[in-house]
Structure formats: structure tokens, C-alpha cells
Design a protein around this ligand. Structure first.
Ligand code: BGC
Length: 444
């Protein structure tokens, strides 16, 4: 949608225009949901679609999984390595957990940026596994790898391309299990046996479905965004299988010029369009682009900070949104990012309004894709559904979870009270353990 600006722009007129552009009505959400269902069905049938509908080779867990497992959870910012015990009666005990940043804040290493490579990245991960694995104990290994992978089996996954602006060389097109196995072998970790590679959405779904009924959809609303679901009769096997939709790549949500410009300036233009419209990695960037526009309209001061990419982080966006009537956090954030002091209440409040519009748009778009997924798995919407969600936006961004629920209720009023979301905190690591145990049991 293109909205042209009147010659004499004041803050309120400007905000009205942005609201018309960014606010998605219930009708708009229903149309996104309908497009989403069509994209799911095309992708599943192997026709061209922005939804890749990647098979996971995993079904739903039984709760009887029994194993001693090491789980790796690699999502983009940190890795977590967990030692987990599954007791065979639905019990999960996390015995130890180790977290490490992949980009050292002190600047000693960067496994994700320009100049990093596969050997460094997987060597670093294997070193963390070595810290957790007890000598003489055998483990099955489950590996959550939160990027689009083409799987040919539960333990075979090739990275299609990096998302979330990662640039590590030598991984795209490669089998990530083999890269990890090589790194483990070169460290003499023969007691650790790779069993499963899975997406973080799949891990989240597995962990939630392990302990409660009605969970057939798993999602991440964090640095990146994506959703998976349990396809009752998968075309490949004729049996239930979890499908990683890679819904961050969905391309039918209504983009504005701010979204198009952000996409063009990103590592991989044309990909991950939905993700770039509101995940934690990009939300600050969209806000910055609107602030640049406001400065060009004379509504905010021009500043050098405005041209610094990624200057505004997801948590800073959250601090602005959470701000009270005094707008102190907004003033402090804008001062540190853009050097603006004494903006005055009206302009501070206008920035907070822009932030609110963009965060709410992100939540509503996510909700529309959840509704599309529900309409695919339960067209008459007769059942009860719990959508398991993890990620910093869902957990920490003010209003986000509530806005998702409100938009689901507006989009599918007939299902009100029967569709909800739940936080599946750190589910992807536990899900990796469940996947490894399932795969190990089916091999014995
Ligand atoms: C990746 C997905 C992942 C999501 C959440 C996206 O960038 O493509 O595979 O599930 O981020 O981590």
C-alpha cells in the first residue's frame, strides 16, 4: 500500500497515515489466513509455494521415551547444551545445562559473522558438548538447528540457507549432522552418537505435546519466526509427521515500503519476508526506518544514529512499549541510540505509538498464520487447540501474547475459548532430547 503525504505534515496526521498502513483489520487477517492455507496446501503437494513445508521425519511423542541424552540447541545467538534424562514415564530431568554465546561480547570470537566458517562454528559446539559429556557414559545426541534444512531422514539435514543475517561460510548446502559428527570425532567424543536433527519449532511442539493434550502446533516468536504442525497423514509416509513450514518465508502478508526497503538492504533480499516484518531480529530495524521517514518529514531531528543499521535492539523496542506515562525509558533509549535529548512529550509519545503499531502488526500477522494452520488441520474448527510458543518476543515483549490471542479471537470468532497459546519455555532443547530418544528407540 502506498500512502502519499500531505504537504503540511503534523504528528497526528503522520500517525494516522501509519496506522492506516500498519493496522490489520480482522478482514485483512482472515485474508492472510486464507492465503496461508493455500500456501500450505501447495507446499505440501510439492507445488511452488513460499512455505517450504519441510518434513521432520518425527511424529508426536508417546511419553514413554527413555534415554540419557545430550541435547544441543543452536538458534542463532547462543548455544545451549543440556544433559537430559527421560525416565520412560513422561518425566524429563535436565541434569546440567551450559549456555555459550556464539559471538563473544568481548570480541574474542565471532562464529556467525563475515569471516567465520563451518569448522570454527561446529568445533565450538563440539567443545561445549565435551564440557557436558561425562567420561565413560554413552549418550544419544539430539540437535536443534534453527534454520531451514532439507531433511531426508531424522538425522540427515542439509542447510538450505542461513537466515537471521548469519554469514558463516561452508555450511549452506552441507549436511549439518556430518559437520557436527566430524567435529565430535576429531575431539574423540565417540561415546556421543548423533540421532536426530530438528528445527526449534519442532522441538517446541515435541516438548509441549510430551506433557499435555491438544498440542499440534509449535512456534517460535523470537529472533526469528517460524511455525510447525503435526500433519495427520503426511504425503511421504501416509502417517502423522511434524512439518516445519518455515513460515518466516511466507510472502503474502501485505508489505509496506518500509518492509520492502528493509528486505532490499538485508543479507538475502526476497527471502523470509514475514520474518522481516516483525521478528525480534528485525523489529528495531523497521522502527528505525519509520523514524528516518519522520525525520525526513521534519517531525523528528535528523541524527547520525538514524543511519546506523541495527542500532535499536528488540529489548529496546520492548522498553519503549512498556514505558509508563512519564516516557522516561523512551527518552533514555532514543537519547542513547539517536542522541536525541529534550524531544518533548508529544514526540516521545509519537515514537511509542509507532513502536506499538509495529509490534501489534507483528503479533497480528503471527496470529493470522496460526489461524491458517488451524483451518488446515481442523477445517470445521470443532476441536480444542493449544499452540505451543517460545521465543523472546512472545515471552518478553509487552502485550505480544495478548495481541496474538485477541487477533485469533477476531479472526476465528467461532472458535473463541477453544484456541489458545501457551509458553513452552526452552522447549526446543527438551524436544531435541525427546527426538533423539525416539530415533534411538526406533533403531534398536
Ligand atoms: C528459521 C527457522 C527457525 C526460526 C526461529 C528462522 O529464521 O528459518 O528455521 O525456526 O528462525 O528460530
Amino acid at each position: 500500500m502506498h500512502v502519499s503525504l500531505p504537504a503540511d505534515m503534523d504528528l497526528n496526521t503522520y500517525l494516522d497515515l501509519r496506522k492506516r498502513e500498519f493496522y490489520l483489520t480482522a478482514d485483512a487477517l482472515r485474508s492472510v489466513a486464507a492465503d496461508f492455507v493455500r500456501a500450505m496446501e501447495s507446499g505440501l503437494a510439492g507445488r511452488p509455494s513460499s512455505l517450504r513445508m519441510l518434513p521432520s521425519f518425527l511424529g508426536s511423542p508417546s511419553g514413554r521415551e527413555h534415554d540419557s541424552v545430550i541435547a544441543i540447541d543452536f538458534g542463532g545467538t547462543n548455544i545451549r547444551v543440556l544433559e537430559v534424562e527421560l525416565d520412560g514415564n513422561g518425566g524429563v530431568v535436565t541434569k546440567r545445562i551450559l549456555r555459550a554465546p556464539l559471538v563473544d561480547p568481548a570480541g574474542a570470537y565471532d562464529h556467525l559473522g563475515a569471516g567465520s566458517n563451518a569448522e570454527g562454528l561446529f568445533g565450538f559446539i563440539a567443545d561445549r558438548v565435551a564440557e557436558i559429556a561425562r567420561p565413560g557414559v554413552s549418550y544419544d545426541l539430539g540437535h536443534t538447528f534453527s534454520f531451514p534444512c532439507r531433511q531426508t531422514g531424522v538425522n540427515e539435514a542439509r542447510l538450505i540457507f542461513w537466515t537471521k543475517e548469519i554469514r558463516t561460510a561452508g555450511v549452506e548446502g552441507e549436511d549439518v549432522g556430518q559437520l557436527l559428527d566430524r567435529a565430535l570425532a576429531s575431539r574423540g567424543l565417540s561415546q556421543v552418537r548423533s540421532r536426530a536433527i530438528l528445527n526449534d519449532t519442532v522441538g517446541t511442539l515435541l516438548a509441549a505435546a510430551f506433557t499435555r493434550p491438544h498440542v499440534a502446533i509449535g512456534s517460535i516468536c523470537g529472533t526469528g519466526h517460524n511455525t510447525c504442525y503435526l500433519e495427520p497423514v503426511h504425503p511421504l509416509t501416509g502417517r502423522p509427521m511434524i512439518v516445519n513450514m518455515e513460515s518466516g518465508n511466507f510472502d503474502a502478508a501485505p508489505q509496506t515500503r518500509f518492509d520492502r526497503e528493509l528486505d532490499e538492504a538485508s543479507e538475502r533480499p526476497g527471502t523470509q519476508r514475514l520474518e522481516k516484518m516483525g521478528s525480534g531480529r528485525y523489529i528495531g530495524e523497521i522502527v528505525r526506518r519509520v523514524l528516518i521517514d519522520m525525520a525526513a518529514e521534519g517531525l523528528l531531528p535528523v541524527s547520525a544514529g538514524l543511519s546506523r543499521r541495527d542500532v535499536l535492539s528488540g529489548p529496546e523496542v520492548g522498553a519503549i512499549l512498556a514505558d509508563g506515562a512519564g516516557l522516561e525509558a523512551t527518552a533514555a533509549t532514543l537519547a542513547s541510540c539517536f542522541g536525541w535529548v529534550s524531544l518533548g512529550d508529544e514526540r516521545l509519545a509519537a515514537v511509542r505509538t509507532v513502536v506499538g503499531l509495529l509490534v501489534e502488526r507483528s503479533a497480528r500477522l503471527t496470529a493470522a498464520t496460526f489461524c491458517g494452520t488451524l483451518l488446515h488441520i481442523d477445517p470445521p474448527l470443532s476441536g480444542e487447540h493449544v499452540i505451543a510458543v517460545d521465543g523472546s518476543l512472545y515471552e518478553k515483549m509487552p502485550y505480544y501474547a495478548g495481541w496474538i490471542q485477541q487477533a485469533i479471537d477476531e479472526t476465528l470468532p467461532a472458535a473463541r475459548g477453544r484456541v489458545g497459546t501457551m509458553l513452552a519455555k526452552d522447549g526446543s532443547g527438551i524436544g531435541a532430547a525427546i527426538a533423539a530418544a525416539t530415533a534411538a528407540a526406533s533403531e534398536v
